[in-house]
Design a binder for this molecule. Structure first.
Ligand SMILES: Cc1ncc(COP(=O)(O)O)c(C=O)c1O
Length: 476
């Protein structure tokens, strides 16, 4: 559904702010039914948020206090939400009677408080580098609760993983040879390249057979089972691939291997926006809504009707996969990244400048905030992060089409090319809060470009009926 990049013909001319509303007949988009916006402005896309975030935004002081103390852009994390998300995945396993284990895909966020919440909730962590492995151990995740993924892992990572009795998802035959050469007992899964897939990850059928033959049934390498990770969010494809993996386990067992585990990877969807807003956006999508050019790539499916743990239930109940797993005594591992971070964090920027421009005679504002779009990764994938930022503090005013630029010298460095109907004109000193950014947005692409400091992470928790904040261990 990508929109071809086109220039909406903006001929920027400065306009006095006072004539904006009268000229454009903008009506406040209260509720999802608002439609009377000017043609150069996108409809609102308000994100679902956690209750802790709602309290933060409703508090007259807290957000400003944090912003004053940090004195720059920052991310705020709600670890109690991570715990809830973990428990929902665990409940999906329990409710379907499946023996399983949740591993948090750590690549989706670096915050220590997220891993700590996982450890406390009884989840493991999926890591793909020595840095991630060490960071997970430092937050109390036991070595045996680590899953090691990624292609052609370094010898150092493989050695550390084996020493800590982590489960290593082997991606290639030569990697298995390197595991064997470590001289340390190791627990492995073999990552399967699904039939017909062009992925660069995983082993083909002949490679799998070769790998199984390479592993001696009595150690030092223990073949615990098989794994896959699919891109996209198709529950049926995952359920069908899981059945294939059960078959691999049964064949390996007949060769004397324990093979009692399958990992079905990550890729559990997140529901950022309600169905009505998302449908309206997609149906009316127009290049005229964007400053400069519209993104040329696709958008994430921002409305996802069966997200996270509900999608796991769909996978496990498809053709009664749960019964197949139970009958064959197979344990299922899941590696959700984004879904465990749903509504667990936001990114906060301060407005440093406000300009007025016009698109075909229609005025709009371009803000410059004190951070960069490297703290909003979606902007770097020919796409756009669509949930609306919240303008804080809440004040009365007139709806103003607004896009958001960053503080670097790059023309393309915009946090929102989309003209968002902010409920009032932003002023220098206001805060803009991009919601639900914990999953891949806030720190996957971050960079100290221009020698700007990386935005620190602030942890917000309920303590004695109050919200209290502290810096994450990664930001101290
Ligand atoms: C092997 C593996 N597991 C888990 C994940 C996490 O995926 P998601 O964040 O979509 O759940 C990824 C993401 O790339 C992955 O490659």
């Amino acid at each position: 559904m990508g929109l071809a990049a086109t220039n909406p013909g903006a001929d920027p001319t400065s306009r006095p702010s006072s004539d904006r509303v009268e000229d454009t007949d903008v009506r406040a988009p209260d509720g999802v039914g608002a439609v009377d916006l000017p043609t150069h402005c996108s409809p609102p896309l308000r994100a679902h948020t956690d209750e802790v975030e709602q309290r933060l935004l409703a508090d007259p002081q807290l957000l400003d206090d944090i912003a004053e103390a940090v004195a720059g852009p920052f991310h705020v994390l709600f670890p109690e939400r991570v715990s809830r998300n973990v428990r929902a995945f665990q409940a999906a396993l329990t409710d379907t009677g499946v023996d399983g284990f949740v591993y948090f895909g750590k690549k989706a966020n670096k915050a220590a408080c997220v891993v700590r919440a996982c450890a406390e909730a009884g989840a493991g962590v999926d890591v793909a580098s020595t840095g991630e492995l060490v960071a997970a151990l430092a937050q109390g995740v036991r070595g045996a609760d680590l899953m090691i993924t990624g292609p052609a892992k370094s010898d150092e990572l493989l050695w550390l993983a084996a020493r800590h009795r982590a489960l290593i998802a082997v991606d290639a035959v030569d990697e298995l040879d390197r595991v064997a050469a470590l001289g340390v007992p190791a627990r492995v899964l073999l990552r399967v390249l699904p039939e017909g897939s062009t992925s660069r990850f995983g082993l083909t059928r002949p490679e799998l057979e070769q790998a199984v033959r390479t592993i001696a049934p009595n150690g030092p390498i223990t073949l615990c089972g098989f794994s896959f990770h699919l891109s996209g969010y198709d529950a049926t494809a995952r359920a069908e691939q899981a059945v294939e993996l059960v078959g691999h386990c049964l064949r390996a067992r007949s060769d004397g291997h324990p093979a009692d585990t399958i990992s079905i990877g990550g890729g559990f969807g997140v529901d950022y926006l309600d169905a009505v807003s998302w449908a309206r956006f997609r149906e009316a999508l127009s290049a005229k809504w964007f400053h400069g050019s519209a993104p040329s790539g696709d958008y994430y499916p921002y409305h996802f009707p069966t997200p996270g743990a509900a999608m796991l239930t769909t996978v496990l109940t498809h053709n009664d996969l749960a019964a197949v797993l139970r009958e064959n005594s197979i344990r299922v591992a899941v590696e959700p990244g984004r879904a465990l971070l749903d509504r667990a964090g936001s990114s906060v920027f301060r407005v440093q400048g406000v300009k007025t421009r016009a698109a075909e005679g229609n005025p709009y504002d371009i803000l410059t905030v004190d951070g960069t779009s490297l703290s909003l990764s979606e902007q770097w994938f020919d796409s756009e992060y669509l949930p609306d930022p919240v303008l804080w503090p809440h004040r009365p005013g007139d709806t103003t089409p607004t896009c958001v630029g960053a503080t670097t010298c790059l023309e393309s460095d915009l946090l929102s090319r989309r003209r968002i109907p902010l409920p009032r004109r932003a002023r220098v000193g206001d805060l803009l809060i991009y919601p639900n950014t914990a999953g891949y947005q806030m720190d996957s692409n971050e960079s100290p470009f221009h020698e700007l400091p990386l935005p620190p992470k602030v942890v917000l928790r309920e303590r004695a009926d109050r919200l209290r904040w502290t810096l994450d261990a990664t930001s101290r």
